[in-house]
Design a protein around this ligand. Structure first.
Ligand SMILES: O=P(O)(O)OC[C@H]1O[C@H](OP(=O)(O)OP(=O)(O)O)[C@H](O)[C@@H]1O
Ligand code: HPA
Ligand SMILES: [Mg+2]
Length: 180
């Protein structure tokens, strides 16, 4: 039972669905008449990506990239590693990078630098959650679902030590689970 480890539900399935649909509508408006490419940053963003892309009406292609910096902890190691690169060339394409959470900013600032060198036509960042209190590297996001307090959250793709990704809502993990 995963529920016993959750201190508080922050966003219910219904709230997540509503917000994801709103972001999709914003993207549809902003990129009307263009073809976009969504890049999902694995693994955390896989559920957000799946829901977001199905709510978007535009012509859209998808690609996936895998990076890791948290390992089994609850704070960024600062060392971002690409564990799987994109399959597609992004030069000349309109890119939206899809993330589950922007926390220290290490992951997105690193990714942005790498992707900009590949000469996309444009690049914007989209994150479901933004935790500004823990920011170490400044990152400019264009689409942001919710701003959250400084607490470790899980569910809807987000993990602690690879668990809890399958919770359908987002909740704060009880600190005693990770010895906090
Ligand atoms: O802003 P930051 O402090 O860099 O944190 C955000 C990143 O950390 C998590 O990924 P993680 O490295 O845990 O890999 P995962 O997606 O496989 O869980 C999360 O999914 C983001 O990609
Ligand atoms: O609060 C968080 N939860 C899960 N993964 C994360 N990666 C960065 N911050 C978080
Ligand atoms: Mg993680």
């Amino acid at each position: 039972m995963l529920e016993k480890d959750i201190q508080e539900v922050l966003f219910s399935e219904e709230q997540l669905k509503t917000r994801v649909n709103e972001i999709a509508q914003e993207i549809d408006r902003d990129y009307a008449g263009k073809e976009i490419m969504l890049i999902s940053v694995l693994r955390g963003s896989f559920i957000f990506m799946a829901d977001l892309c199905r709510a978007i009406d535009l012509d859209c292609t998808l690609d996936f990239m895998s990076v890791s910096s948290y390992g089994k902890g609850t704070s960024s190691s600062g060392q971002v590693q690409i564990t799987k690169d994109l399959s597609e060339d992004i030069s000349g394409r309109h890119i939206i990078v899809v993330e589950d959470i922007l926390d220290s900013g290490n992951t997105l600032s690193y990714l942005l630098k790498i992707l900009e060198h590949r000469h996309p036509a444009s690049i914007r960042l989209c994150t479901l959650l933004d935790k500004p209190d823990r920011r170490v590297k400044p990152v400019e996001v264009h689409y942001s679902g919710f701003t959250i307090p400084d607490a470790f959250v899980v569910g809807y793709g987000l993990d602690y030590a690879e668990k809890y990704r399958n919770l359908p809502y987002i909740g704060i993990l009880k600190p005693e689970v990770y010895g906090g």
